[in-house]
Design a protein. Structure first.
Length: 218
C-alpha cells in the first residue's frame, strides 16, 4: 500500500524496532514491535497496521492520552531500520525530530527494567545505530526495554533472536503494560514525569494526572 503519510503538527511518532516475519514475532529482539501491538490493542485506534511498501513500514494511528500518535514498525529488518524511517521523514521535512521516540530491546538492562532517555549513542544496538546514521542526528527519545544479557556460552545474536522463555512471559506482559502506561504519562504530563515513572526500579502508584499539560514535543 503506497498511501501518503502526513503526521500533523503536534502528532508524534513511536517507532518500535524488530524484524518482520512470523519466525521473529516472539523473539527478544522484537520487544519494540510487541509494545506497538500492545499500544494498538489498548484502544483508541483508527484502524489496524497498514503496510506502506514504499518505505517499507507498517503504520497505525492511535491516541495515547489526548495525543494523536503514529505507531511505526520498520519492515526493512533490524540492522536497516533507519532506511525505512528515513523514507518516512523525507516526505515530512517539517516533522520535529524531538517528537520521535524509538522503543527497542536492550541487553544492558535486565528483564523488567525500562529506561526512557533522550539523545546519546546507540549503545551497540544496530537498529538504533541505523536510525542515527540515516537520520543524521541522535536527539530523539529512546525507550529501552531490558531483555537481560546472555550467558557467555550463548552467542548474542542467537540470544536476541530466541523467544522469551515460558517463565519470562508474565514479566514480559508486565513490562508491556508498564511501558504503555509510561508512554501515556509522557504524552499527558511530559518527560520528567514519565522518566520518574519508567526509570525507577520499584514501581509505585501514580499520582493523579489531573489536567497536566506537557511542554515536551513528545
Amino acid at each position: 500500500m503506497n498511501q501518503s503519510f502526513r503526521p500533523a503538527a503536534g502528532e508524534s511518532l513511536v517507532v518500535g524496532l524488530g524484524n518482520p516475519g512470523p519466525e521473529y514475532a516472539a523473539t527478544r529482539h522484537n520487544f519494540g514491535f510487541m509494545l506497538l501491538d500492545r499500544l494498538l490493542a489498548a484502544g483508541g485506534s483508527e484502524g489496524s497496521f497498514r503496510i506502506y511498501s514504499k518505505f517499507p513500514a507498517a503504520i497505525a494511528r492511535v491516541r495515547i492520552g489526548r495525543r494523536p500518535v503514529w505507531l511505526v514498525k520498520p519492515l526493512s529488518y533490524m540492522n536497516r531500520s533507519g532506511q525505512a524511517l528515513a523514507g518516512l521523514l523525507a516526505e515530512n521535512p517539517d516533522f520535529d525530530p524531538q517528537a520521535l521516540l524509538v522503543a527497542h530491546d536492550d541487553l544492558d538492562l535486565e528483564l523488567g527494567r525500562i529506561k526512557l532517555k533522550q539523545g546519546g549513542g546507540s549503545g551497540g544496538h544496530r537498529g538504533v545505530a541505523s536510525i542515527i546514521e540515516e537520520f543524521g542526528r541522535a536527539d530523539f527519545y529512546r525507550l529501552r526495554l531490558g531483555i537481560d544479557s546472555p550467558l557467555r556460552a550463548v552467542d548474542t545474536v542467537d540470544f536476541v533472536l530466541s523467544p522469551f522463555a515460558a517463565d519470562e512471559l508474565p514479566q514480559v506482559a508486565k513490562v508491556l503494560d508498564r511501558a504503555a502506561e509510561g508512554l501515556s504519562r509522557l504524552f499527558t504530563a511530559g518527560k520528567a514525569a514519565a522518566m520518574n515513572e519508567l526509570n525507577r526500579r520499584d514501581k509505585q502508584p501514580l499520582p493523579e494526572k489531573g489536567d497536566e499539560s506537557p511542554s515536551d514535543p513528545v
